[in-house]
Design a protein around this ligand. Structure first.
Ligand code: ZN
Ligand code: ZN
Length: 486
């Protein structure tokens, strides 16, 4: 978002140095009930903290100040100095080049958290000494780092009433005046501040990265399929689609301020995860027949995107083969359901799928790199219940089922020692549908032998169950003979 750049260029005002802590000899102990030893230790901590701060070792300075704060809470000097350290750390993190993240990723506190901690300390200092201009300077700097410009301007105005000549406050006033004017001028309109820089639309399910940039969740992970860097500033990111949560506040702001556009974005998003009953995202790989189970390894970025969307929806996709003769996808596909989805840390997916029903592809088009098809669900022309044709078909199925059982037993005997083949046969046996469902059974029968893709495609096209059973039996007999001849 454009606001980040304005903060990155902003320089802190009045935070160049810290205040010295009054030493024991200077009577700083005052009326406190603290022992002399303890007070000396406190002075040492503050002395070391200030030295670290003046050496630009802000992390260490913050440690010393925090220890001092534990000994003497609610001391305005300790809190002011620690606040200054937070501000300098936040500013440092904001200004360091993104390439630095290659050597030291943003693993600790991010700039916004540091600015938030600075604001907390500044608020305490303000409550302890609201007549000191330092309190106002600290608070204004923290608010600006948090991009709370309107509140910062109020604090600056109050501070200037105490000291109208305060140089840091006058500089901060000039800075916020320009930012604030620019913003309030644009405010009534819907600005591109709420746009995702990837899809250029209103943020939907915004995710904010550790480097402070926000994107639609799906856009960010689509981009991260191609590398783990922030698409805007190139900071290396260590976040994963599964663990990353949506920025609730930002999402609420968007939903509240732009309700209609938000609804549009939601509809658009839903249509991608649930394309509709006759629309099927396609995984172009091979011809699958109904009644099969298989495992897939999804590594191509476009299919990772597709799988993420499918998993948010009905977990179904089509599997189709590329027709080598035409170079386009085949006219028939099979719907598969993802029964198990294991996302791997590197963004790949390991899937287990079961094929369900077949369909004819009416037309298909590109959707973010993968294909979506409008389909027509296809079934065999089945003779009505009670007719002779139907009874013939059921009888044929029963006979084929008996043959298949026998065939599997013989194949298992023949395959002793061949563990892969045995496992295949056991799996096939377990998937055998009841013979009361001839169409499903006929497909299963043809999966017992290994068929070429063109043959499998033909089996999908056929609408005559008997013909498919006949072919299945032929394949099995041919394979049996082949075995005997060997
Ligand atoms: Zn987006
Ligand atoms: Zn970034």
């Amino acid at each position: 978002m454009s606001s980040c750049s304005s903060v990155a260029q902003f320089s802190l005002e009045g935070i160049d140095d810290v205040q010295d802590f009054p030493g024991a000899s200077e009577g700083g102990q005052g009326s406190s009930s603290m022992s002399w030893e303890r007070y000396t230790h406190l002075c040492d901590l503050m002395h070391m903290g200030n030295n670290a701060f003046r050496d630009n070792r802000f992390d260490q300075a913050f440690e010393f100040y925090s220890r001092a704060n534990n000994i003497k809470p609610s001391d305005p000097i300790i809190l002011s100095n620690r606040c200054a350290a937070y501000l300098r750390i936040s500013q440092f993190l904001r200004q360091r080049p993104p390439s630095a993240s290659e050597y030291r990723p943003l693993s600790g506190l991010d700039p916004t958290t540091n600015a938030g901690l600075a604001l907390k300390d500044a608020e305490k200092v303000m409550s302890l000494q609201s007549n000191s201009v330092t309190s106002y300077i600290l608070m204004a700097n923290a608010l600006i780092l948090l991009e709370k410009y309107e509140q910062a301007r109020d604090v600056i105005c109050s501070g200037l009433q105490i000291d109208p000549q305060s140089n840091p406050l006058l500089k901060l006033e000039r800075l916020t005046a320009s930012t604030f004017l620019r913003r309030s001028h644009l405010k009534p309109q819907r600005t591109d501040d709420y746009d995702c820089t990837l899809c250029l639309k209103l943020l939907y399910e915004p995710v904010t990265t550790p480097c402070g940039h926000s994107f639609c969740r799906s856009c960010l992970f689509q981009s991260m399929d191609r590398g783990n860097r922030c698409p805007l500033c190139r900071t290396v990111l260590f976040i994963s689609p599964r663990t990353c949560s949506i920025s609730v506040t930002l999402n609420n702001i968007i939903q509240k301020n732009f309700p209609e556009e938000y609804e549009e974005r939601k509809t658009e998003h839903d249509s991608l995860t649930n394309p509709g009953v006759d629309l099927l995202p396609l995984f172009v790989m091979d011809v699958i027949l109904p009644c099969q189970k298989l495992q897939l390894n999804i590594f191509e970025p476009r299919y990772r995107l597709m799988v993420r969307r499918i998993m948010e929806g009905n977990r179904r996709m089509g599997m189709v083969v590329l027709d080598s003769s035409t170079g386009s996808i085949a006219d028939y596909a099979c719907e598969v359901e993802i029964t198990d989805c294991e996302p791997l840390p590197d963004g790949r997916f390991f899937l287990e799928v079961e094929s369900r029903r077949r369909c004819r592809i009416i037309r298909n088009w590109d959707q973010d790199g993968y294909r979506i098809a409008e389909v027509e669900w296809v079934q065999d022309s089945s003779p009505p219940e009670g007719t002779t044709d139907r009874n013939d078909l059921l009888e044929m199925t029963h006979k084929a089922a008996a043959f298949a059982r026998q065939w599997i037993r013989e194949a298992q005997d023949a395959a002793q020692g061949n563990r892969i083949r045995l496992a295949e046969l056991f799996k096939a046996e377990g998937l055998m549908p009841p013979s009361q469902d001839p169409e499903r059974f006929s497909f299963w029968l043809t999966t017992l032998t290994n068929r070429r893709p063109s043959e499998r495609l033909d089996l999908l096209r056929i609408r005559d169950t008997k013909e498919r059973i006949r072919r299945g039996l032929l394949y099995m007999k041919a394979e049996e003979q082949g075995c005997r001849m060997q």
